[in-house]
Design a protein around this ligand. Structure first.
Ligand code: HEM
Length: 227
């Protein structure tokens, strides 16, 4: 074993090593979601603005930027889920047969994180098949001419809109807990910054919820894009 692989092994074996992996990959998603929301808000600037943006993103670095981002996101997702599962297993093995109240509270909160996380994971798979891979041939045809129209047509379906609403709500719950955990693990949470970080976490997850939900609501309920 080389010194580097030995250090990685020691890091991964420790609970703080895995927590750091969850936190750093969580930070990648926090940044990605803000950027994705910013881009999506261009839908409200009209068809031309949104399609120009979609075209620009895909042509950055002759298409390499999109692929590098996909690689970073996919590896972050795998590491985030894998490190979380290992942490839960490690904690379960270390826990004594009897459980204290605080321990039960902690496990309730991590149970919520696991279920909200799994729903978000299912959402991401559905979302990529829906808007990136475009398994619906009708939607794929529309997307060729206009990604804007793809989103408008994609949100005409009530079942899709309801699934998005449920997933966005659970994403918000996951983020509002995850946000402060990320900064705690990375050592930025102290008595002084605790309140500020909790407020920032709530503001951030609220922004993500309202921002992402505004699109299916505007399209399906208020007929945005169909007039
Ligand atoms: C109303 C909400 C949303 C809309 C309208 C939307 C729109 C889109 C569109 C149009 C694409 C296709 C990009 C392309 O291939 O050109 C896309 C891709 C993607 N979205 Fe969303 N999105 C929404 C919410 C979310 C959320 C909440 C997440 C994460 C939890 C997310 C994660 C992704 C990912 C990972 C991709 C794949 C990027 C790629 O590889 O191309 N999206 N989204």
């Amino acid at each position: 074993m080389t010194a580097i692989t030995h250090s990685i092994h020691v890091f991964w074996s420790s609970s703080i090593g895995k927590k750091t992996v969850v936190a750093v990959t969580g930070l990648v998603f926090i940044g990605f979601l803000l950027a994705h929301l910013g881009g999506n808000m261009l839908l409200f600037a009209g068809e031309e603005a949104f399609n120009d943006y979609a075209k620009k993103i895909h042509s950055l670095g002759h298409g390499s930027v999109v692929w590098i981002s996909r690689l970073v996101l996919l590896s972050s997702l795998i590491l985030h889920v894998y490190a979380t599962i290992s942490l839960v297993r490690q904690n379960r093995a270390a826990r004594p047969a009897y459980a204290f109240e605080a321990d039960q509270r902690a496990s309730k909160s991590s149970k919520i994180m696991i279920w909200s996380g799994l729903t978000v994971l299912a959402f991401i798979i559905f979302h990529i098949l829906h808007f990136t891979v475009r398994t619906d041939p009708e939607l794929a045809k529309i997307a060729k001419d206009s990604p804007y129209q793809m989103v408008i047509v994609g949100f005409q379906n009530w079942a899709v809109v309801i699934f998005y609403a449920v997933a966005m709500t659970l994403l918000c719950s996951h983020l509002s807990h995850g946000f402060s955990s990320v900064f705690q693990t990375l050592g930025f949470r102290s008595a002084k910054t605790r309140d500020l970080l909790d407020k920032a976490g709530k503001a951030y997850s609220g922004l993500i919820l309202i921002g992402f939900l505004s699109i299916p609501i505007a399209v399906r309920i208020f007929g945005y894009g169909s007039n």
